[in-house]
Ligand binder design. Structure first.
Ligand code: NOJ
Length: 401
């Protein structure tokens, strides 16, 4: 699969026919005006530690046509976005047909432009009515989620290209119940953290069932945050415990799914007392964690190994002001992914996080993950060189290294 060329590069890496090069966003991070979910409340709570409010975000609620056109014009093959539960079910059991129509129009626009719509059903945000009675800790949260999923699939299923049930449930639980940085902002509540893991796993299974019972025929999976977990001197126990709580508890449950979505950004080092910061000499990104594109190869191998099902990188990228660094990061990440393919690992796609600079949760708008820059006054999206680089890789189905 590696051919040498004469352009002064080492070679050309070809990707299999049908390999999906795409980019991803999430409703709350780009739509703007999502005032009816737990995140909006959290952002506006001065004790939450959030840097700022999501506000208008990228105004994608109104400008989604531009977003879809951008993805298509860049030459990408898929657009991953999420539908906002709190818009579709603004109060318990009350359904907004207008909002379902809105998301249906986005799917249709993707299909019309030859892009696969990859729909995420839950990307971190929970409607206020559910969060008020405990969110994922509420006894019937998985059933409420499944009912919402059934409603969405009944309305859009015939247009969906691929579906992700829950985005990074392991981050929802660790950030919400152990680190206190996401709603509900609790710290060191390990028992509750574990219970939320279980609830989300159950919600995932019910969600898969709902997605498979509606119209359409598309692959269904969960997306998981994964990291290259490294034990430094004496850190083995901590590393193994984190691996179990953060990854394996979920991966073991995914073996009957159509794919597993791997979302990876960095590596995490462990010492005897827990996580260590970036290693001296390894540059931190705007997120404060290590610049580590090698994580893609590592986590793909691990996810495939534990689950035995096809893998898709549903998110990968780097937060940086230096777009050259982004290109370098993606080049290394994609080279590692290609080595997995050479080793017969069934990797189906790679989604760059993100289409454009957007609302990075508790950290606000400072981290820049976008292939496109966003003018926060005019909402103009301006593709960066990395967008064109990635678009070319997608159009040619190959990467020059
Ligand atoms: C994972 C999350 O799914 C996404 O919402 C977030 O912005 C990126 N990682 C970057 O941190």
């Amino acid at each position: 699969m590696v051919e040498t060329n004469e352009g002064g590069h080492d070679g050309v890496l070809r990707f299999p026919e049908g390999f999906l090069f795409g980019t991803a966003t999430a409703a709350h991070q780009v739509e703007g005006g999502n005032t009816n979910n737990d995140w909006w409340v959290f952002e506006h709570d001065s004790s939450s530690g959030c840097v700022e409010s999501s506000g208008d975000a990228c105004d994608s609620f109104h400008r989604w046509r531009e977003d879809v056109a951008l993805v298509a014009d860049l030459g990408l093959k898929a657009y991953r976005f999420s539908v906002e539960w709190s818009r579709i079910e603004p109060s318990e059991g009350e359904w907004s047909i207008a909002m379902l129509d809105h998301y249906r129009r986005i799917c249709a626009a993707c299909v019309g432009r030859g892009i696969q719509p990859v729909v995420t059903l839950h990307h971190f945000t929970t409607p206020i009515w559910l969060s008020k009675r405990g969110g994922w800790e509420s006894r019937d949260a998985p059933e409420r989620f499944a009912r919402f999923v059934a409603r969405v699939v009944a309305h859009l299923g015939d247009l969906i290209g691929m579906a992700c049930t829950i985005n990074e449930p392991n981050i929802v639980s660790v950030m919400g119940y152990t680190l206190g940085e996401f709603p509900p902002g609790l710290k060191n509540e390990l028992g509750r953290h574990r219970a939320v893991n279980e609830a989300m796993i159950r919600a995932h299974h019910l969600g898969v069932e709902a997605l498979n019972s509606g119209p359409g025929d598309f692959p269904v999976g969960m997306t998981l945050a994964m990291s290259e977990l490294v034990a430094e001197e004496g850190g083995e126990k901590m590393r193994d415990a984190a691996r179990e709580l953060m990854e394996d508890v979920f991966l073991r449950e995914l073996r009957d799914d159509d794919f597993v979505g791997v979302q990876c950004y960095t590596r995490t080092r462990f010492g005897p007392r827990g996580t260590l910061g970036p290693e001296p000499g390894v540059a931190p990104t705007q997120m404060g964690y290590e610049y580590w594109p090698q994580v893609v190869e590592h986590t793909l191998r691990r996810a495939a190994d534990v689950t035995g099902i096809p893998v898709v990188v549903t998110e990968n990228g780097v937060a940086t002001e230096d777009d050259k660094e982004r290109v370098a990061y993606m080049r290394d990440a994609l080279s590692g992914l290609h080595r997995c393919i050479e080793d017969q690992i069934d990797v189906r796609g790679y989604f760059a996080w993100s289409l454009m600079d957007n609302f990075e949760w508790n950290l606000g708008y400072r981290p820049k993950f976008g292939l496109c820059a966003l003018d926060r006054e005019t909402f103009e999206r301006r593709p960066k060189p990395s967008a064109f680089f990635f678009g070319e890789v997608s159009k040619r189905g190959e990467l020059v290294v």
